[in-house]
Every structure is written in C-alpha cells, then in structure tokens.
Design a protein around this ligand. Structure first.
Ligand code: IPE
Ligand code: MG
Length: 213
C-alpha cells in the first residue's frame, strides 16, 4: 500500500492526512471483498524498515492503527472477517499488542481471511522460519514454509504494488516465488475496489506455468 505521502504532497497536505486516506482505502476495499470471493487478502501496512521514518510519522501511523482497530473491529466481526497478523507484531507497543490479541480472538471464527503485515520484514521471517526448521533437524523448502508466518494462508497468487514503484521492499519474498505481479501507478489513497477487480481480471488472463511448459 504505497503512495500515501505522495498523495498528500500533491495536495499540499501533511503526510498524516495521506495515511488517513490510506486507511479509508483499506476500509473501502474490505467492505467490497464479499463478491470478489478472495481466499485471502494480505495488506502490507508497516514494515520492519518503516521505523527509520521520523518519530512523528511513526507515532501518526501507530495512532492510526489504534483508531482503526477500535473503529473497525465491530464491522470485521459482523462481516465474518478472520484477521491474521504477520510480522513481528508482538514487538509493537504493549497496548497495540493487547488490542491486536483481542481482535484476533474476536475474529477467530470468521471465514473471510484478511492478513495484515505489521512490523513485517520478509528476510527476517525467512530467517526465523529456517532457524525453527533447523532446530527440528531438517531444512527443506517445505519445512521452512511450514514455519513462515504465512504457514496457514493459501499460496500467494497475485501481488500488487501501488504508486509506480517496481520493487518488493522485503514483502513476501519467499511466497512470491511463483506469484503473478502487478505494478500500478495509482497512489494507495486513490485505490478503489474497481482497481482490485481490474487486477483480478488481469490475473485471470495470465498463463501460469510454474517452470513447466
Ligand atoms: C505507504 O505510503 C504507507 C506506509 C508505509 C505506512 P508512503 O508513506 O510510503 O507514501 P510515499 O511513498 O511517501 O508516497
Ligand atoms: Mg513509500
């Protein structure tokens, strides 16, 4: 979900407003998920490298997270969303960790999977998984995958990055081995459910061969 800052700058607004509008884009998308029948939507919300931003911006993002959980959890529960968090989220502020634990418990019986990457970095996820696999005595692609944060999620089919950047920025590197990728110029706050529908149409037209022919 990239481009909040540029969205705000284009309008002469503070970055915090861009992030607020980014949250609204998330809300719109989650509300529109039902007819898309996605097995799982994973959103990259905060990376383990985002701590390098100014203290003010990190504070804004954390406060936004607090407000979003509070305001939207009831709707998640009502709409049968099953929340999953990937990344080192238990290292976030204790009150956020408590809120997230509560959100996970309250959405545990949902059927629509929404995964959120928080304090997430793919390389450290892979290293953690490999260390666990090694401890159990076998390092193979299967044993590593079985210890990734995404171990209970379906395979990654389509990865979309917004805002015109063409890089993965430490997101789902292992999982992306055979994912289709789509890089769009839309800035995240402008992202509409129709953009996702278009992306799914694009995905449906691709021939996936997984190295075969
Ligand atoms: C993405 O928007 C939001 C987060 C990383 C939380 P950016 O803040 O990266 O927006 P740009 O890249 O400055 O436009
Ligand atoms: Mg960015």
């Amino acid at each position: 979900m990239d481009g909040n800052g540029r969205w705000a700058r284009k309008r002469g607004l503070p970055r915090a407003i861009g992030h607020q509008r980014g949250v609204e884009a998330v809300r719109r998308l989650v509300r529109a998920l039902e007819p898309m029948r996605l097995e799982c939507l994973t959103l990259y919300a905060f990376s383990s490298e985002n701590w390098k931003r100014s203290e003010d911006e990190v504070d804004d993002l954390m406060n936004l997270m607090r407000r979003f959980i509070k305001s939207d959890l009831p709707e998640f529960i009502a709409n049968d969303v099953k929340l999953k968090i990937i990344g080192d989220w238990e290292a976030l502020a204790p009150d956020i960790v408590d809120m997230l634990r509560d959100a996970l418990a309250q959405t545990a019986n949902g059927t629509k999977r929404l995964a959120v990457a928080l304090n997430y970095g793919s390389q450290s996820e892979i290293a953690r998984a490999a260390a666990k696999a090694a401890k159990e005595g076998s390092i193979t692609p299967e044993t590593i995958a079985a210890h990734l944060d995404t171990r209970d999620l379906p395979p990654l089919d389509l990865l979309i990055r917004t805002s015109g950047e063409i890089r993965l920025s430490n997101f789902l590197l292992w999982q992306a081995a055979y994912a289709e990728m789509l890089f769009v110029d839309t800035l995240w706050p402008d992202f509409q459910p129709a953009h996702l529908t278009q992306a799914l149409d694009n995905f449906a037209s691709r021939e996936r061969r997984y190295g075969g022919r």
